[in-house]
Design a protein around this ligand. Sequence first.
Ligand code: DC
Length: 214
Amino acid sequence: MTRTVAIDGPAGAGKSTLARLLAEHLGVERLDTGAMYRAVAWAVLRAGLDPAAGEAVASLCRGLRIEVADRVLVDGVDATEGIRGADVDATVSVVAANPAVRAELVGRQRAWVDARGGGVLEGRDIGTVVLPGADLKVYLTASPGERAQRRAGERRDGRSAEEIGAQLAARDRIDSSRRDSPLPTVEDAAADALVIDSTGLDAQAVLQEVLACL
Ligand code: DC
């Protein structure tokens, strides 16, 4: 029986939609691990810390209560919209490159799975680092143009698809070149991952491809 599913891939590839549909199908919960890194970046900005101040950011992170479900609460404050803001978009890659932050959040992600006996986790390093023993690993990708279009549709803050595309490309560059747990390319995604290019596919078509592998 499939209890743990890892969904990795770049921003805008459709991970969240797939995670939601798959979790519903399997009757398990899902965890958006990107929201956890965003929550830390949001708290860093709120505290007026330099995002690149490694130890100060790690220490803040270790003391933060982060709850990610339908709403995202950071130390009890609703940050659901705040973590999707342009300021967090521009900061989160630096925070996510901090090895001490990653160690803390990876520990919490594994504890989340242990407490539930499974779940669907989406992120960048789930199949390679967080849950290398996951029952199913999916690496979801899409063309840069389609990823930017999807993100522009989600964000209602007036940024154009071009602006968002440029920011996504910059973030992908930092995420895939950082030393600790870089975003794997399709080529080095966990060797046992099901690779799906969702360009031109709707959510149901992607779900059906995954279900065919269960
Ligand atoms: O998926 P997203 O755009 O919400 O992710 C936000 C940032 O967090 C992005 O820069 C990648 C990073 N991230 C990560 O390093 N590891 C994860 N497991 C999830 C997200």
